[in-house]
Design a protein around this ligand. Sequence first.
Ligand code: ATP
Length: 233
Amino acid sequence: MLKVKDLNVYYGVIHAVKGISFNVPEGKIITLIGANGAGKSSTLKAIAGLVRPKGSINFLGDELTKKPAYRIAQKGVSLVPEGRRVFANLTILENLRMGGFNKNPSELEPLYEKMFELFPILKERAYQKAGTLSGGEQQMLAIARALMSEPLLLMLDEPSLGLAPKIVAEVFEILKELNRKGKTILLVEQNAAQALKLANYAYVLENGKITLEGDAKELLENEDVKKTYLGEM
Ligand code: ATP
């Protein structure tokens, strides 16, 4: 579905992503793991069109690298940004409405219902301002907002950030369920243990380069990964 080849991201003189290549096949969960500053967010931003990269990003046969972000979103790529970035002063329902930017008014109601089924907590709070939600609830809302456009590819930037382990488990359970229903997912995480348990295939990013890749369950057993990313001796 997504084929990234020789991707480079520069911020002035900083070379954040250094010629990485990876694939996201349809129906799979692929994860990019790595430490702070490894270039994970920059990679997702490049795919979403939020930074201008060099190299090739092919999505269902279309080259995305020169397209503006709104065109990429229209093609079916949706990003749940790091730190959720919900619209704090809008209600939950209004946040969902923003996510459904590509829908006719008549299509919205069934989509709201779908989101409320997936995230019952959002239904109870539909008319509450998003800024009043807890971190975990905001993460659920950010995911629901991204799903409102019915994307073909759902990308998430560190959904576990700042959440209690129990809430992280809930969020990852929802991702698993979405994937079971057919959603293709590209997940960026520092929480390597959770990400590797969930994903089919994983890439390890270090200083802007992919240093290791493989079946996610195999990487969980890899000694280097255990030492560096799973906190085991
Ligand atoms: P984190 O988990 O901390 O977000 P990351 O793996 O997602 O880490 P990136 O955010 O992609 O890493 O950052 C990669 C490198 O690019 C870092 O050295 C970072 O300081 C730098 N960088 C990121 N955004 C910018 C920017 N807007 N301007 C300058 N440098 C940036």
